[in-house]
Unconditional design. Structure first.
Length: 235
C-alpha cells in the first residue's frame, strides 16, 4: 500500500472541514475523490501536502508517518500536488517555472532528464520555454502546472480540479495526459468535479460530502450508481 489515510479530522478555526475520513491509495492506482463544492476535496489534498494540519488522524506513506512533515519534505518523499488554479509564477518564463519544480535534492539530480520527459509530454512548452507563464492560454498553463509537478519526480501526483475553467477539448487532453502519467508508473490521486471523466479513468473512487466519505467503489461501478447519476451526472 502506498498511502493510507486514517480517521483524519481537519478544522479551519472552530469549523470542522473533514470528519474522520479514511481511504487508501495503492501503488500505480488512479484514485478519484469526487464531490460538490465545499465537500472537503481540496482540504484533503492540502492536508496530505502538509499545507494544512490535521487535528487528529494518521497519514502513512510507504510505511512512514507524514502528517507532521512540512510541505517541502512531503514533496521530497514523493507526494506532489498540482494545485487548483495552476498557481504559476506569471512573471517567470515557462522554463523557470519548470525549474521551480525541481528544488528538492532528489529532483535536482535528475533535472535535465525530467525536463526532457516534460517536453515529450508537452511539446508546446518546449516551443514556449522563453515565454512568460502569464501569457499562456489556460490549457497551456495547466500543462505547465502538470509539467512543474513532474519535475519533482512524484511517486504520487495529486491533481486538484485540473479541468477547472478549461474548454472541453482541453479537458479531454488533460485527462489523457494524467492517464499516461499513470501508465508510466506514477500513482494518481485525482480531486475533480468533472465526475464523468474522473470515474471513467479511475480504478477506485471515493465520494466526499460535507467532509464525510459517503461512498466508495470501483470507478466504473460508481459511474453506473443511480445516486451518483442523479447527484452528479444530471441523469
Amino acid at each position: 500500500m502506498s498511502l493510507e489515510i486514517s480517521d483524519l479530522n481537519v478544522f479551519y478555526g472552530d469549523a470542522q472541514a473533514l470528519f474522520g475520513i479514511s481511504f487508501h491509495v495503492k501503488e500505480r492506482e488512479i484514485i478519484s475523490i469526487i464531490g460538490s463544492n465545499a465537500a472537503g476535496k481540496t482540504t484533503t489534498i492540502k492536508t496530505i501536502s502538509g499545507i494544512l494540519r490535521s487535528k487528529s488522524g494518521n497519514m502513512i506513506f510507504n510505511g512512514r508517518n507524514i502528517e507532521k512533515l512540512p510541505p517541502d519534505q512531503v514533496v521530497e518523499a514523493g507526494i506532489v500536488q498540482v494545485p487548483e488554479g495552476r498557481q504559476l509564477f506569471p512573471a517567470m518564463t515557462v522554463l523557470e517555472n519548470l525549474e521551480m519544480g525541481s528544488f528538492t535534492a532528489r529532483a535536482k539530480q535528475g533535472r535535465s532528464k525530467s525536463l526532457r520527459k516534460v517536453y515529450e509530454f508537452f511539446p508546446k512548452l518546449e516551443e514556449r520555454s522563453d515565454q512568460l507563464a502569464g501569457t499562456l492560454s489556460g490549457g497551456e498553463q495547466q500543462m505547465l502546472a502538470i509539467g512543474r509537478g513532474l519535475m519533482s519526480l512524484p511517486k504520487i501526483m495529486m491533481f486538484d480540479e485540473p479541468s477547472l475553467g478549461l474548454a472541453p477539448i482541453v479537458v479531454k487532453e488533460i485527462f489523457k495526459i494524467a492517464k499516461e502519467i499513470n501508465v508510466q508508473g506514477t500513482t494518481v490521486l485525482l480531486v475533480e468535479q468533472n465526475v464523468f471523466h474522473a470515474l471513467s479513468m479511475s480504478d477506485r473512487a471515493y465520494v466526499l460530502e460535507n467532509g464525510h466519505i459517503t461512498l466508495e467503489g470501483k470507478g466504473t461501478e460508481l459511474l453506473h450508481n443511480e445516486n451518483i447519476k442523479k447527484a452528479y451526472l444530471g441523469i
